[in-house]
Ligand binder design. Structure first.
Ligand code: 5CA
Length: 446
């Protein structure tokens, strides 16, 4: 992609309305534009990252055996009256009336609709276990939308729902989600810690939230510092293996880690003092087991092996897809801008031409662009007639992890410069070697 043809409206000034760094940087890097309170347009650069994150979520859900599908954003109030949540949900629910005076709502979550789909088609235990999920826009009329995409009113969420015959099977689905989430967040360069939490309006007793530690997080969290040493890494998991999923859950949840809603001071004080941590975190996901809370009132039953009809055991599992952009930036930035982890970067590599219009420099940049593309990579070539300082500042702001700098002085020696955004370290090498190095970095991260 040529920067001269791209739509990247970067801002020089720091926007006054943004209180936290991720919001400031997303506005300055031309990723989002507020449309109205808590509602954003996703400009090309922001949309690209959103799609990268969405893709990782899909890949890991499908790996765990869950089926992608899509439900509408506008739903009839009738189903929500059946479950009793139409009245319970309160002012966070955006209620709409259509031309026939029918009550509608913009979905804040979708337990009712998926349960209705299930009860319409499934009647035998033989069709279980079943887990379906969607990645779809949600609306919650938050009293205080703030921090940009972090607490929006309209936001993008992955919501998954499991249907099982027994509590034991449903708990396996819960564990399977926990494992798949650990892997999902690590691929985005994040450490998200599962913490015992409160279930709120979704309901149920078993629930974990996944928190990314950050000073700007909205939740206060309490944990044993040993937990931050745990890494999921590249272990192979058989998601059908109950014992294996249970073992991972135990490994990642046996140490003390709770949000303020479930914090227990006496239990916390049993941890050696030097390991006790009180910090703040950003909630990037939550998993729930709520048994028959929705299947019973909505009549989602199956015939068991003994011929008796029983309500199915369910859970739901969410990932804050749009919130993740903010969380990743909070966790990975410096004074000059964003530092994207390789797994979610909008472009793999920047190309900076120090002398636009110089025929040799232009030709070298174009050759680099082509060579990177033929390796399956997407470079962003800054081909504007601008001073080097301005080009570097833009690249640093938008945070591409790797930059290749091309200028007449280097080319005379047959070299370009490859720079890491994270460490700032640069190395001179031939253009071919630079392409090979970048290709190798992303091969490892694929
Ligand atoms: N039905 C369940 C699971 S599918 C559910 O709705 N869970 S939730 O309420 O915890 O939301 C899932 C995730 O969406 C949260 O962990 C959070 O990361 C994200 N989220 C929730 N509210 C907002 C919001 N106002 N703005 C951005 N992201 C949000």
């Amino acid at each position: 992609m040529r920067l001269s043809r791209y739509f990247l409206p970067v801002l020089k000034e720091t926007p006054a309305e943004a209180q936290i760094v991720s919001h400031r940087l997303m506005l300055r890097a031309g990723m989002i534009k507020q449309a109205s309170a808590g509602i954003y347009s996703w400009l090309p650069l922001g949309f690209k990252v959103l799609q990268k994150i969405e893709q990782i979520v899909h890949e890991e859900q499908i790996r765990a055996g869950h089926h992608p599908m899509l439900m509408p954003t506008l739903q009839s109030a009738d189903l929500w009256r059946e479950s009793g949540r139409y009245d319970d949900y309160g002012q966070e629910m955006l209620r709409i009336r259509d031309r026939h005076d029918r009550d509608m709502l913009y979905t804040p979550t979708a337990e009712e609709l998926i349960t209705d789909i299930f009860r319409s088609y499934v009647s035998s235990y033989r069709d279980l276990p079943l887990t379906m999920y969607q990645i779809q826009w949600k609306f919650r009329d938050e009293i205080r939308p703030r921090f940009g995409v972090m607490r929006g009113r309209e936001f993008y969420m992955k919501d998954g729902y499991n249907f099982d015959l027994t509590k034991e099977d449903a708990l396996h689905a819960y564990n399977r989600h926990l494992v798949s989430y650990l892997r999902t967040y690590e691929r985005m360069g994040l450490q998200a810690i599962p913490m015992r939490a409160d279930s709120g309006p979704i309901g149920g007793d078993d629930t974990h939230e996944f928190l990314v530690l950050a000073d700007t997080g909205e939740s206060e969290v309490f944990y044993d510092s040993e937990i931050t040493d745990l890494k999921f890494g590249d272990r192979e998991i058989d998601y059908d293996d109950k014992g294996q999923c249970q073992a991972v859950l135990e490994e990642f949840t046996s140490r003390y880690a709770r949000t303020d809603e479930t914090h227990d001071e006496a239990l916390f004080n049993e941890i050696p003092e030097e390991r006790r941590r009180v910090a703040r975190g950003i909630e990037v996901g939550q998993i729930f087991y709520f048994g028959t809370k929705y299947s019973e009132p909505l009549g989602a039953t199956v015939q068991g092996p003994d011929g008796k009809s029983v309500p199915v055991h369910m859970g739901s599992h969410g990932i804050g897809v749009s919130r993740l952009l903010g969380a990743i930036i909070e966790a990975s930035h410096d004074d000059n801008g964003i530092i994207w982890p390789e797994g979610v970067t909008p472009f793999h590599c920047g190309i900076v031409n120090l002398k636009q219009g110089d025929s040799e420099a232009d030709a070298a940049c174009e050759a680099l662009e082509k060579a990177l593309e033929s390796n399956g990579l997407e470079p962003l070539y800054d081909d504007r007639e601008e001073r080097a300082g301005g080009k570097f500042a833009t690249m640093d702001l938008i945070g591409l992890p790797w930059r290749i700098t091309v200028g007449p002085r280097g080319l005379a020696k047959g070299v370009v410069e490859l720079t890491s955004r994270r460490t700032g370290e640069s190395e001179e090498m031939s253009p071919e070697a630079a392409v090979a190095r970048v290709a190798e970095i992303y091969e490892v991260n694929r």
